[in-house]
Design a protein around this ligand. Sequence first.
Ligand code: SF4
Length: 230
Amino acid sequence: MQSSTTAKRLYNITPFTLLDYPEKIACILWFAGCNMRCSYCYNPDIVLGKGHISYSDVLIFLDSRKHLLDGVVLSGGECTLHKGILPLIEQIRSMGLLVKIDTNGSNPPILAKLLKKKLIDYVALDFKAPESKFYDITKSYLFNGFESTLSLLLKADIPFEVRTTVHADLLNIEDLVGMIAYLEEKGYRGNYYIQHFINNTVTLQKLNYSVQQIDFELLSTPNIKVMVRS
Ligand code: SF4
């Protein structure tokens, strides 16, 4: 049996990004596999594919690049599902690198451990859909996990963001108004990022062309600023 350091859990590494960790120079570790099947997912190869890169390979790569980077983004797929992620992050942090997690929020127990051990510096949390549409959009019953993750982050002392990808056939304006009201009621304050679905890309499920006619920023409230990210 492979150990957690030699098992190949990563699909790929993006060696350099200025876009995925706010105001930091980072690389991205793409973890293979996910416990959701979002119809609009842009990474079917990563979600359905096998890993090619082990944690040992990652650490060798990071050791050679750490002087060029501020931080590391753990993305996927869903990085929190993987065995040995805590020790991996401990080793990344011991190199002096910051750690950002991109998560669908489905694994609050691991997130709680990461927060308790102060191993992460930033989290981007996907808010996929209101509870009533969560299964339709993610093909999973993991809304409760998302909700627990949001609660953990609201009590934590690290910066985090909430973001939603919007395809016009999947989420309408009433859904978004409801999602913003839900965030307000939970106590979220700050920016809420809307990401337009990118047409003409390969996705997990074939979708219609998405024509967006909503000016999302008008949905901002005194507590939550809605920002559109392209
Ligand atoms: S978009 Fe959905 S299916 Fe794709 S990686 Fe994220 S959570 Fe998984």
